[in-house]
Structures are given as C-alpha cells and as structure tokens.
Design a protein around this ligand. Structure first.
Ligand code: ADP
Length: 254
C-alpha cells in the first residue's frame, strides 16, 4: 500500500457560493478507485466556510464570521462527503487539526495513531484546519501548507494538490497566453518562494506561492508533490492509476 494525501481547494469544491456536488462526487469516486488500487488515501478538504454560507449567509468579510461559518459548514460538508462515500461502500471520518499540533510532539503522535487506525479499518480520514481555534487558514487563505505537514507527519509518500490550475507554469497562465507547463520541478528558487513579499511578481497571484512552499517543504523531506487540475481528474488518474504523466506538475528531488 502507498499512502498519499490529496488536498482539494475551495475553488474546486464550490461553485456560485455553494458546494459543487458533482465535482465532490467525482473526487470521491477517484478516491474509491485509488483505494481499489494500491493506495491509502488521506483527504484534506476545504469548503467549510462555503458550506456554512449556504445555511446562513453571514458577511464573509470578518474573521469572526468566517470562523462562525466554518463551524456551521464543517458538519454539513462532512455529511455530504459521508453520503457520497456511502455510494461506494466506504466510510469517511473527520479529523480537525490546528497548526500548533505539528509543533508539539505528543499531539501529533496521538493524531498519527488515530489516522493509522482509521486507514487500517479502510476509513477515509478527511482533515481540515480547526478554524474556530486557529485562524491561520482564514488569514493565509489555504490548506496547502497544512496538507504538506499532514503528508510529512503521517508518513505519506506524496501530496497531491487538486487545484483550479492544472499544473505549475513558468508564469501565471491566467495572465499570459504563452505560459508553459512545467512537467517536473526538482528545485524551487528563493525568489519563487518569497514571491508573496513582492506583490508585482508574477508568482504572487493566486495561491501558487503556498503550493510552492509546500512542495519545497516536502522535497526537503524527500517526498513528492503532484499538482493537477481538480476540475478534470483525467491527469491525476492517469498519473496515479496508470503511471502516465500526461498533465500536471511533479515536484521531486533528483
Ligand atoms: P486552489 O484554491 O484551487 O488550490 P489557487 O487559486 O489558490 O488554487 O492558486 C492557483 C492559481 O495560481 C491559478 O489559478 C493561477 O492564476 C495562479 N498562478 C500564479 N502563478 C502561477 C504559475 N506560475 N503557475 C500556475 N498557476 C499560477
């Protein structure tokens, strides 16, 4: 068995302010297929705030309201996942983590025991940041770095990020028509990693910087990261099931 972490971003999971049910079902189907092959899958899922908003449309401008929306939406999100996994005869589970868990050795050891036990029992752990006690995700915007830590600390071989973009390009493909897809990346430059601090830099848009930081962290720990589209799952399926690298970007050390 190969243990992998799949992270799905809120852009993929939501559409017009609600949860994109068809895309969620496609993701769950992919996980079921991967489990039938040689994979143990841990899912890191965003989408709690969007799910909460469908029940109570609070203004998402304040951190307090986002925390409240996450608290409202998280059980709904899990309910939706539970229904979809049930279609494939699978159980899923909720594991909420905060960033400080990774700093304190004891906590993370306990969490790993729980994750191992869930996986041994064929249950899919669905991890999210516990937004009501840690505001980091709401402030920094994504689960990218959380999922990199999850992959490292829970001994996964690889992190798969399913994004609204289908790969890492030499420049932002949403701005430049001539942007070229990078197939394999073995090194990330300091400029690329620090691009958040220079707003005019082409890398600073969207959430690509946190993805590069996650890839860099994992490469330093001798692990791989695959970035692919969460809208069309053909590339990730080809890569993980058929061993064919058609689209997407693989980050790995030489
Ligand atoms: P998600 O929430 O789906 O995980 P984000 O929207 O946060 O993803 O980040 C992906 C976005 O990053 C892309 O839509 C793209 O506009 C932007 N981006 C900026 N530079 C690049 C680049 N070099 N390669 C790919 N995407 C880039």
């Amino acid at each position: 068995m190969q243990r992998i972490v799949i992270k799905v971003g809120s852009h993929v999971l939501t559409q017009d302010g609600t949860i994109a049910k068809i895309r969620m079902l496609a993701l769950v189907q992919l996980i079921a297929e991967l489990k039938a092959h040689k994979y143990e899958v841990i899912l890191v899922s965003s989408g709690a705030v969007a799910a909460g908003y469908t029940l109570l449309p609070l203004d998402r401008g304040s951190v307090a309201n986002k925390q409240a929306l996450a608290a409202i939406g998280q059980p709904l999100l899990l309910k939706m996942y539970q229904e979809k996994f049930a279609k494939f005869g699978l159980l899923c589970s909720q594991v909420l983590l905060s960033a400080d868990v990774f700093d304190a050795g004891e906590h993370i050891k306990h969490a790993k025991v729980a994750i191992d036990t869930l996986l041994e029992n064929n249950v899919v752990p669905i991890i999210n940041e516990n937004d009501t006690v840690s505001v980091e995700e709401l402030v920094f915007g994504d689960n990218d770095r959380l999922s990199a830590h999850v992959a490292h600390h829970f001994d996964a071989k690889m992190l798969v990020i399913l994004s609204d973009i289908d790969a890492f390009y030499d420049k932002d493909p949403n701005k430049y028509d001539d942007a070229k897809r990078r197939d394999i990346v073995t090194q990330i430059t300091k400029d690329e990693l620090e691009a958040t601090h220079t707003p005019n830099n082409e890398f600073a848009t969207g959430g690509i910087v946190t993805k590069l930081q996650s890839a860099d962290f994992l490469m330093k720990h001798k692990k791989e990261m695959f970035l692919a589209s969460g809208f069309h799952l053909d590339d990730v399926k080809a890569f993980l099931v058929d061993g064919k690298h058609v689209g997407g970007t693989l980050f790995k050390t030489n």
